[in-house]
Ligand binder design. Structure first.
Ligand code: RNT
Ligand code: ZN
Length: 418
């Protein structure tokens, strides 16, 4: 698209928004300062760099066999840089414990150390990125249906040790980057069939977490992620939403809301204000649930939009951390990063361009028709011209132009991978 045309459209959009009391320059500025935490695991279908040779377990699945997945750390880094070159703004990188630099060594989960992530810390610094982190309880011989809630003390202790070490790694990342690294703890623990001891496993999980969180750190933040069910673990999830809200509020831990981890008609957006009343911060895993799968590529749909609107309406952009979490192995993986990230940013932009003051006046004076009418009309205000301007100013492709860049990279790089 011609630069001139983008700027012309933006100038008109700016005037149009000014008419309803919105300053698009302010919107551009705000969006510029919202980092997404890009999940490292879209590039390689959640494989990681351990040398255990097992498959993906823990009730999650990356379906599809599109060629070109990243096979090692260098390929993963190259793919991430390609993706971020097509996404406007500065973003964070969310690593999982299985993505350490283990060399040719088999480093078991209870042996991970900050030094295995020093390369990432250096690389992130070089590329102006900050790191977040995740413990990995799945894809391991010691993780059957249970990990932190395992009744066998040896297995439970193993996972407690792993998670403790992950906190120490996140602390080191946070210290090095001068900004807290957020450590997300998600465990798949659950049961395929009816369980008659729901309480027991929850007690074990609660105790494990208390032991994990014993050490106080200052350069990292803890968050805990619930789930509704996993594949093969359909009847019971130890770490349910209720469990983690209770745990988070009583222990002052950040609750992670993964948009794919709730019943299909439940609104995740509606949870933001409730959580923020009782906890200082919230972490998000923005995803797209489709039937049984919680991890399709994020798109600009009503769910994503409503989620972002709620963050803005709660005036909570500085209290909500926005991470992405999906893994699609059926399409170009770099393209998947770009689509999901840009969709989330578009949703944030739309949310920022809501004529909130006017809507709230209507609401306060009981003008229901006026509120609904303005909500509807604001959907078709020229926000896309503001979005294009945002891309232009960030020197990334405008509109669908990124498709060609992804194709080019596929032609030059990923298609040559075995
Ligand atoms: C799984 C959770 C979890 C994972 C990552 C890989 O259902 O969403 O966040 O996706 O840890
Ligand atoms: Zn998640």
């Amino acid at each position: 698209m011609k630069t001139q045309l983008i700027e012309k459209a933006y100038a008109i959009a700016r005037e149009r928004y000014a008419e309803i009391g919105l300053d698009t320059e302010k919107t551009l500025d705000t969006l510029q300062r919202i980092p997404l935490s890009l999940h490292c695991w879209q590039a390689d279908d959640v494989t990681g760099f351990e040398h255990l040779g097992g498959s993906l377990t823990g009730g999650i699945q990356a379906t599809g066999n599109y060629p070109g997945k990243a096979r090692n750390i260098d390929e993963l880094r190259a793919d991430l840089l390609k993706a971020t070159s097509l996404i406007p703004g500065k973003h964070r990188l969310n690593l999982h414990a299985i993505y350490g630099e283990f060399g040719s060594q088999a480093v078991d989960r209870d042996q991970v150390e900050p030094r295995h992530f020093q390369g990432w810390i250096d690389w992130a610094k070089e590329n102006g990125m900050k790191l977040d982190f995740n413990s990995t309880s799945f894809s391991h011989p010691k993780s059957g249906d249970l990990s932190l809630a395992h009744p066998d003390p040896a297995i439970r202790d193993f996972w407690i040790e792993h998670t403790r070490r992950c906190r120490a790694i996140a602390e080191e990342m946070g210290r090095a980057q001068g900004d807290p690294s957020i450590l997300n703890v998600w465990v798949h623990d659950g049961s395929k069939d009816l369980t008659v001891n729901r309480m027991k496993y929850r007690e074990l999980l609660c105790d494990s977490l208390d032991r994990i969180f014993e050490t106080k750190y200052t350069h990292m933040k803890d968050c805990i992620e619930s789930k509704v069910f996993g594949i093969g673990l359909e009847s019971y999830t130890v770490g349910s939403n209720d469990f983690y809200i209770g745990y988070g509020v009583s222990r002052r831990k950040i609750v992670t809301l993964d948009t794919g981890h709730f019943h299909p008609t439940e609104s995740v957006a509606d949870k933001i204000s409730s959580l923020l009343l009782f906890l200082p911060e919230v972490m998000l895993h923005v995803s797209r649930p489709v039937r049984w799968d919680s991890d399709h590529v994020t798109i600009l749909n009503d769910d994503t939009l409503e989620l972002c609107r709620e963050i803005v309406r709660c005036n909570a952009l500085d209290r909500v951390h926005i991470g992405l979490d999906y893994f699609d192995a059926s399409i170009n993986r770099i393209g998947a990063y770009v689509i999901g990230s840009r969709a989330t940013q578009k949703a944030l932009m739309l949310a920022l361009l809501e004529p909130l003051a006017r809507l709230r006046e209507y609401e306060a004076s009981g003008q229901g028709f006026e509120r609904l009418a303005l909500l509807e009309e604001s959907k078709s205000l020229p926000w896309n011209a503001v979005w294009d301007e945002f891309c232009l100013r960030n020197d990334v492709p405008v509109g669908e132009a990124f498709i060609a860049d992804v194709q080019q990279y596929e032609h030059d790089v990923t298609s040559k991978r075995g």
